[in-house]
Design a protein around this ligand. Sequence first.
Ligand code: SF4
Length: 191
Amino acid sequence: MNTLQVLEQVVKRCKKCPLGETRTHSVFGQGPSDPTILFVGEAPGEEEDARGIPFVGKSGALLSNILEAVDIPRESVYITNIVKCRPPGNRDPEPVEREACLPYLRSQFKELHPKIVVALGRIAATTLIHPDFKITRDHGKWIHKGDTLFMGTFHPAALLRNPSYKKEAWEDFKTLKKQLESYENKERNPG
Ligand code: SF4
């Protein structure tokens, strides 16, 4: 077993925070072991909790559709969440729950070496990019952290609730595609 597989087994049994008592399945993440893009959402929802796979409900279907529209295969990206277990009633994960779970995301980051990280929604963006991040104000802005580019955008669930944000989200995903192409060009033509 590689490090990620070992970590996934640890997360399966984890009870480091109260969410471990109420979940059906923890949701570790899904994707290749060498992705260029890492998507990070907030927490598993009802369907993700039932199946143990991230972004498989209505939000997941919307994310898949957007990725297809910008010609980024979903199978090429890695998708996970800030917390790996579903908060009851889909409430926001509490700070203490996020703190308890973040070491798993840090380990995933270390193993996956993504070049681009996309934070989906407020909880992910305030945790990963800046505590004052406001999605409606700061979405689509690219920030370098070390060798990695970060961008925050709307969570697909927010787009389902407020379809008026879809146009802005679409622009964000178009810039994502451009960043991906730019990275791939540099890989092909180093120097
Ligand atoms: S949310 Fe994270 S820290 Fe809490 S029980 Fe689940 S895996 Fe463990």
